[in-house]
Design a protein around this ligand. Structure first.
Ligand code: HEM
Length: 470
């Protein structure tokens, strides 16, 4: 059962009055100081949806001293993330992030970011993806087997464990199994620093209860120890074929000028970014499938027809079309990254309105992906929306689960591969049902998670034939 979600009213058409560069876009009156910031903090998804449906494509949010603009049209999203990306930086959020993650890809800016991006890109090339695929499938199959019919689990927790194991293997070439719980807790502690600091709330930082520095230091020390240990062992073993080994090999050949700290920052960032988002995406997908048995049956029919009982490999990916559509639709309805913020580094005009240097700019996947202008019956889970071959009337940035432009998700090809292969491997063997009529409420933290986890019961898939290993 899904808790009620705000339903936007009919949208106003795209408005971009050319003469308004010096005026503020529409938005709610300021009212009692802090009222809007606190309304946002209480329920950001609902708040942003209401703002978009009431005020249209560009909204001025009266959050505090610093102007905040919320853009809600695919053309403006493209301008902010792609065509005018130079006018925007990551601002205070990345300064804070750097304290925790160092100068990894998520938090670095400018030339440092561009260099890191070039270095890491090679690791996500197709050839490497194929190499990662087999270990993903083996891990997922092992995971599914450990849950017999009738067992009960927290799906959110389990997906976090599974994707962390896979990320450790693919990116660091290390088996994290023996200290999985401790590492997961440490990553969770690091992420919790960002939770109260959703970008527009950064002004409130002095008044919010932040995690204790001691807990953060402990988490950092624990993760750094794992990463540093792994870097050392990679230096002694040049046969490794993972992301970390590419960074180290480049360093050894003098191709890359990363120092030891930078290598560790990149490795930690990828571990964090690469498992947390995937865990969210898969958790929501299992929940959606449990609520839509017809979609689930069609998915299983595709798996039986394409795989014929064998485990999937990378060569099956082009044929698992419906599986990919299921994932695409889950990413639409429950985008793991539901909000992107930028800070204007210079005065810029977007949609006819002047955005002054220092202003915060927000775009939201959650709001855009549920916009009835682009998605008929937007709250419905309909994977067939993504059937290719029909006329694609949707503008590109009406769907942007992986962001866009030079800061788009570098792991997107990995995520599609992992998502489809994990879904296929697990759905071949198991299905999941909610344990109760528990209301499932999205909890918009750094990523979108079900509040309080997702208690599910495992069912062995009833079908004619058990999957064969292959
Ligand atoms: C379903 C899974 C995923 C989703 C929805 C997702 C989403 C995103 C989004 C929206 C951004 C852009 C943030 C911004 O513009 O501020 C991003 C950036 C990033 N993602 Fe992902 N991601 C996913 C999986 C992954 C994976 C598997 C990895 C690692 C292998 C990864 C690593 C990164 C990194 C390093 C960045 C920063 C890129 C940069 O700033 O240059 N992500 N991700």
């Amino acid at each position: 059962m899904m808790d009620s979600i705000c339903h936007p009213k009919e949208q106003t058409p795209l408005q971009a009055p050319s003469s308004s560069a010096t005026r503020r876009p529409p938005g709610p009156p300021r009212g009692i100081p802090g009222r809007h910031l606190f309304a946002f903090r209480r329920d950001p998804l609902c708040y942003l949806q209401q703002m978009a449906s009431t005020y249209g494509d560009i909204v001025h949010l009266p959050f505090g001293r610093r102007p905040v603009f919320f853009f809600n049209h695919p053309d403006f999203i493209r301008e902010i993330l792609v065509t005018r990306h130079r006018s925007f930086g990551k601002g205070q959020w990345s300064q804070l992030g750097r304290l925790v993650l160092g100068d990894g890809l998520l938090t670095s800016e400018g030339a440092l970011h561009a260099r890191g991006r070039r270095l890491l890109k090679a690791a996500f090339d197709r050839a490497y993806l194929a190499g990662y695929a087999q270990s993903m499938v083996n891990e997922a199959a092992r995971w599914a087997e450990q849950w017999p019919h009738g067992s009960e689990m927290d799906m959110a927790q389990e997906m976090a464990r599974l994707t962390l194991l896979i990320a450790g293997n693919a990116f660091l070439g290390v088996d994290l199994r023996s200290d999985l719980d401790a590492i997961q807790q440490a990553l969770e502690d690091l992420l919790s620093l960002f939770d109260p600091l959703l970008p527009p709330l950064i002004e409130l930082a002095p008044w919010l209860s932040l995690p204790s520095p001691r807990r953060l230091h402990q988490a950092q020390a624990q993760l750094n120890a794992v990463v540093e240990r792994t870097v050392q062992s990679h230096r002694q073993n040049s046969a490794c074929k993972d992301l970390l080994s590419l960074l180290i090999a480049g360093q050894a050949k003098g191709e890359c000028t990363l120092d030891e700290d930078a290598v560790c920052s990149h490795a930690l960032t990828i571990l964090l970014a690469g498992h947390e988002t995937m865990a969210s995406a898969l958790t929501w997908t299992w929940w959606l499938l449990s609520q839509h048995p017809r979609v689930e049956a069609r998915l299983q029919a595709e798996l039986d027809a394409v795989l014929d009982g064998y485990l999937p490999g990378p060569d099956a990916l082009p044929y698992l079309r419906y599986t990919r559509m299921v994932l695409a639709e889950a990413l639409r309805l429950y985008p793991p990254i539901w909000l992107i913020a930028r800070e204007a580094v210079e005065d810029v005009v977007i949609g006819g309105y002047g955005v002054p240097a220092g202003a915060t700019v927000l775009v939201s996947q959650w709001v855009m992906h549920r916009d009835p202008r682009y998605y008929p019956v937007p709250d419905a889970f309909q994977p067939v929306r993504w059937k290719s071959g029909g006329p694609d009337v949707r503008p590109q940035y009406a769907y942007f689960p992986f962001g866009g432009g030079p800061r788009a998700c570098i792991g997107a090809p990995f995520a599609w591969t992992e998502g489809v292969l994990l879904l296929a491997t697990i759905a071949q063997r198991r299905r999941f049902r909610m344990m109760s009529d528990q209301a499932v409420v999205p909890d918009p933290r750094v990523t979108l998670r079900p509040r309080g986890g997702l208690a599910m019961r495992v069912e062995e898939r009833a079908r004619g034939r058990r999957p064969r290993e292959g």
